[in-house]
Design a protein around this ligand. Structure first.
Ligand SMILES: [Zn+2]
Length: 284
């Protein structure tokens, strides 16, 4: 049996590994835009999307293989607070949905079946929604609030969590819900813009959605004139580049083109798409 000293050294090593891995993931561009393929009449199977190389599944409706449900690990949030929250989840389920956890799995193998990992910078609420998604393919929180009834703040935080932990299926499920929620409620959630830009990289599909949603709106002038403190140079540059590429008819349509639904803002491996069975908004 390992001594307390060697156990502490082992945990310091694991924590250091996870923090380094997390930092590398945050710095690495995760996907490339496939903008040049955009048309307004493509079918789902060949519609454009953002491409990446992922082992973790990128299709939200994918069912878990039975062999995933073996070793259980514990995830603790707020470990040093008065209200720590603990989750118990199958290690291979995490690996199935997340390339980050797949890479980090090496740090989880030398201990007994139940281990603890502290993720102090992440929200337990957001991880809780991710955990439910991992087992049900549905976006639902612990209170039963689901899909487009989740707030834009929760949906954006989930997408950013998926980006940090390389979980493209979560990102794609969330993106579909942001798109449908924005369309159904006829809302462009501009209040989320700064949060999105502060937590995503240039070329991110989440940034692209927000910019496109504004650019294809006939209210873009009012958006820019109001709440001036919101408009950073980076946001205005992206908006200007997008708006300058649109014709008058596109600016006046006040809706995203049909081709922007489906997998357009999704992240997939080259040639991979959600397919007609997936709940992907207007294109279905
Ligand atoms: Zn897709």
């Amino acid at each position: 049996m390992a001594s307390d000293t060697s156990r502490r050294r082992s945990w310091r090593h694991k924590l250091s590994f996870l923090l380094r891995l997390n930092k590398e993931h945050r710095q690495r561009p995760a996907y490339e835009s496939n903008e040049k393929l955009a048309t307004t009449a493509e079918s789902i199977s060949n519609s454009p999307c953002y491409t990446t190389k992922t082992i973790a599944t990128s299709i939200p409706s994918t069912k878990l293989p039975a062999e995933c449900r073996k070793e259980i690990i514990s995830m603790v949030f707020g470990q040093h607070t008065s209200t720590p929250q603990e989750f118990h989840i199958h290690k291979d389920v995490l690996c199935f949905w997340s390339d980050y956890y797949r890479t980090a799995a090496g740090a989880f193998t030398s201990e007994p079946s139940s281990i603890t990992s502290s993720l102090p910078n992440e929200s337990a609420y957001i991880f809780g929604v991710f955990e439910i998604f991992c087992y049900t393919n549905e976006l639902t929180d612990k209170h039963g609030i689901s899909r487009i009834n989740l707030g834009f703040d929760t949906l954006c935080a989930l997408w950013i969590f998926g980006s940090r932990y390389s979980a493209p299926a979560l990102q794609n499920a969330v993106m579909t819900n942001i798109l449908v929620k924005s369309d159904t409620e006829n809302v462009i959630p501009c209040r989320m813009l700064n949060y999105v830009y502060e937590n995503t990289m240039r070329g991110s599909p989440l940034r692209a959605f927000f910019v496109d949603r504004m650019a294809f709106s006939n209210g873009v002038k009012e958006y820019v004139l109001n709440n001036e403190e919101r408009w950073t140079k980076e946001i205005l540059r992206d908006l200007l580049v997008t708006v300058s590429g649109l014709g008058k008819e596109e600016k006046d349509r006040n809706d995203l083109p049909r081709g922007r639904y489906g997998c357009y803002y999704h992240i997939h491996n080259e040639g991979e798409r959600c397919g007609s069975a997936a709940p992907i908004g207007k294109a279905t």
